[in-house]
Design a protein around this ligand. Structure first.
Ligand code: OGA
Ligand code: MN
Length: 213
């Protein structure tokens, strides 16, 4: 029944299908070239321009946490992206993202009603210790997304990998994802503990959540 609906109603998108089957089998998916390199480079320059304008804020981890402790847990600077006031290039990002969200809702009945995204810049030597994205009692976060804006010459020695801690049948496995520009990681917010390892150079991304309300 569901298959019939899918065939009749819209075109299959191979990349989106890969994401869906990965999510169903392993709760995460890693895809490269989610957006073309030219747009990634424009988004990178847009992030850096906002940063130069001093619009970023030190990311927090909860209202009652002492700032010194917070900085040891999480070292990034963020700028929330207002969906209503976007530049042309940010629009390209949201267009692609909203296509994915519509596809997920149609094929998996996920019921994503809301999204929230911010730019993030981790200065050299900073990271984000192991955590789940359901803190602050925000259980509406269904899927977490990190989309990397680093140049494509990012190498393993630059560090900054996202470590996903996967609980299988046996021991916990660590999946390391270098933050290469154009790469998107999407995973179940409530299920996969993860950590941002320290980088040796500025680590740039757009990070956000697909929420059920
Ligand atoms: C976060 C996070 C992952 C990444 O911001 O909560 O886990 O790779 N980011 O930037
Ligand atoms: Mn996280």
């Amino acid at each position: 029944m569901a298959e019939l609906y899918r065939e009749m109603d819209f075109e299959l998108d191979p990349l989106f299908e890969t994401i869906i089957s990965d999510l169903m089998t392993q709760d995460y998916s890693i895809v490269d070239h989610f957006i073309d390199p030219k747009t990634v480079s424009l988004l990178r320059h847009s992030l850096l321009a906002h940063f130069e304008e001093d619009r970023f804020k030190k990311a927090a981890i909860g209202s009652k946490t002492n700032e010194v402790i917070a900085a040891a847990i999480r070292g990034d600077y963020i700028l929330w992206i207002d969906e209503r006031i976007q530049t042309h290039v940010e629009n390209l990002f949201f267009k692609r993202l909203n296509d994915l969200v519509a596809y997920l809702n149609r094929t998996c009945f996920l019921g994503i009603l809301q999204t929230e995204f911010h730019y993030a810049l981790y200065p050299p030597g900073t990271g984000y210790k192991r955590h789940l994205d359901s803190f602050q009692n925000d259980h509406k976060r269904k899927l977490s997304i990190a989309f990397y804006l680093n140049p494509e010459d990012w190498t393993e020695t630059d560090g900054g990998a996202l470590a996903l801690y996967i609980k299988g049948a046996g021991e916990e496995q660590t999946v390391l994802v270098p933050p290469v520009g154009g790469r998107m990681v999407i995973f179940e917010s409530q299920k996969i503990p993860h950590e941002v390892l320290k980088a040796n150079r500025d680590r740039l991304s757009i990070t956000g959540w697909l929420k059920t309300s």
